[in-house]
Design a protein around this ligand. Structure first.
Ligand code: SF4
Ligand code: SF4
Length: 376
C-alpha cells in the first residue's frame, strides 16, 4: 500500500491510494461543553435531507450521550476492540490504524452493524458514567460525568468508505474536500458501511444504494452559508467553514486554523483510526482524562487547560464566541476590545458580538437568608 502523511497521528501510514490533497478542506468544530442534546441539529438535517422512504432509520447527524450512548449500537467500542492496543508515544501513534490492521484481501478493518444495532438511536440517553445513589446530590466537582457527542460524517482526508468501495462510487471533491457517494455508481454492497469506523454511511432499503452527509454542499454553493446542523444549533456549539489542508500553512486569522492547528484546542475524534477526520471537538472539561485521551488523542489534557483559561485569553475567547453567531461562513476573526468580529472571504462582517454577557448579581438578604430580586 502507498504511504501517506497523517499529521493527526504524527507519522506516515499505509492507505490504499496515493496522497491527493484538495485545494481547501471543509471542516467543522463542535464544542460538546455547550451541547444540550436538544436534537435540533438532528431534525434540521433529517427534514432537509432524509425524510424519504427507506430513510426512517437514517441520521446523517445524530447526538449521543457518552459514555453509554451509541448510534449504531456500540459503533466506537466495536471498532476500538477490533483495532487492538492503541498506544501513543508523545504525539506519535504507535498502534495500527484501520488500514494497517486490515485483514488479508481487504483494505480496511471494519464490521457491518446488524439491523438491531439501529433500533434505538437514543439508548442510554442522559445516563452518566456511574450510578447515582439514592439521596445523592452534587457537591462541588463530582466524579460522575457524561456529555453529548454530536456526530456527522467527518469528510476524512483518508476516508475508509472511499478506500473500501469496489465500485469507486465514493469520491473526495478536489475543490473543497467534501466526501460524496455517487448515487448512480453505487450498487449497495455496503462495503462503505462496514469500513467507515464512524459508521456514517447508511444503506437505503428503498433506493438500494448507500448515502451519507453531503456537508450541505448545495446550500453552501448557492448561498455561502454554513450547514443546516450548524445554523440551526440551539447551543451554538458548531462552526462550519474551511481550514488549511496542510497544518504548516495554518493562518492565525482563520478561526479553524487557529483553534485546530495553532492553539490545538479542537481535536479529531479517535485519531488512531487513521482516516484523518475533519470534524474537530473541544474536549468536555469535566470528563475522566483517560477517556478523553482515548477519544481525542494525547492533546486532550492541554486543550482542557486552555479552554478553562479562555476567559483570560482574549483571542481564544473571540474565536470561541463566533460559534453560532452567523449564517454565512466565517473565514477570518479578530478580537476588538470585548467584541468578537467574524469576516467572510469577501471581507464583509459576518458577526460582531460581545465576548462577555452582561450579568447582574442579586444582593444577599440577611433578613430572609436568600438572594432575592426584591429584598425590601
Ligand atoms: S466519516 Fe466515514 S463516511 Fe465520512 S468520510 Fe470518513 S470514512 Fe467516509
Ligand atoms: S442543536 Fe446544537 S445543542 Fe442541540 S443537540 Fe444539536 S449540537 Fe447539541
Amino acid at each position: 500500500m502507498p504511504k501517506v502523511k497523517n499529521w493527526q497521528i504524527g507519522r506516515d501510514m499505509e492507505y490504499p491510494y496515493p496522497e491527493s490533497k484538495p485545494q481547501k478542506q471543509v471542516a467543522f468544530i463542535f464544542d460538546p461543553n455547550k451541547c444540550i442534546a436538544c436534537q435540533t441539529c438532528t431534525m434540521a438535517c433529517k427534514t432537509t435531507w432524509t425524510s424519504g422512504k427507506g430513510q426512517e432509520y437514517v441520521f446523517w447527524n445524530n447526538v449521543e450521550s457518552k459514555p453509554y450512548g451509541f448510534y449504531p449500537l456500540g459503533w466506537d467500542v466495536q471498532t476500538l476492540g477490533l483495532l487492538g492496543p492503541q498506544k501513543w508515544e508523545g504525539g506519535k501513534y504507535a498502534g495500527k490504524t484501520v488500514f494497517e490492521a486490515a485483514p488479508d484481501q481487504e483494505s480496511v478493518l471494519g464490521y457491518l452493524p446488524n439491523e438491531r444495532d439501529y433500533e434505538s438511536p437514543n439508548l442510554a440517553e442522559d445516563e452518566c458514567s456511574a450510578s447515582v445513589e439514592r439521596g445523592e446530590h452534587l457537591k462541588g466537582v463530582h466524579k460522575k460525568w457524561g456529555f453529548y457527542l454530536a456526530r456527522i460524517c467527518n469528510h476524512c482526508a483518508y476516508p475508509g468508505c472511499l478506500a473500501a468501495c469496489p465500485r469507486k462510487a465514493i469520491y473526495k471533491r478536489a475543490e473543497d474536500g467534501i466526501v460524496l457517494i455517487d448515487q448512480k455508481r453505487c450498487r449497495g454492497y455496503r462495503e462503505c458501511v462496514k469500513a467507515c469506523p464512524y459508521k456514517k454511511p447508511f444503506y437505503n432499503n428503498t433506493t438500494r444504494v448507500s448515502e451519507k452527509c453531503i456537508s450541505c454542499y448545495p446550500k453552501m454553493e448557492a448561498t455561502g452559508q454554513q450547514s443546516q446542523c450548524t445554523t440551526n444549533c440551539i447551543g451554538k456549539i458548531r462552526l462550519n467553514g474551511f481550514k488549511s489542508v496542510d497544518p504548516a500553512q495554518a493562518n492565525k486569522d482563520n478561526p479553524f486554523d487557529y483553534l485546530i492547528h495553532i492553539r490545538k484546542i479542537a481535536l479529531p475524534l479517535y485519531p488512531q483510526f487513521g482516516t484523518q477526520p475533519n470534524v474537530y471537538y473541544i474536549p468536555p472539561v469535566h470528563v475522566d482524562p483517560k477517556y478523553l485521551l482515548q477519544m481525542f488523542g494525547p492533546g486532550a489534557e492541554e486543550a482542557v487547560k486552555a479552554y478553562r483559561n479562555a476567559p483570560n485569553d482574549k483571542e481564544l475567547l473571540a474565536a470561541l464566541t463566533i460559534f453560532g453567531c452567523a449564517e454565512p461562513m466565517t473565514s477570518k476573526f479578530k478580537a476588538e476590545g470585548d467584541l468578537a468580529v467574524g469576516i467572510d472571504d469577501k471581507g464583509a462582517e459576518t458577526a460582531r458580538v460581545p465576548t462577555r454577557e452582561p450579568s447582574f448579581v442579586r444582593e444577599f438578604s440577611q433578613k430572609t437568608g436568600a438572594f432575592l430580586y426584591n429584598n425590601s
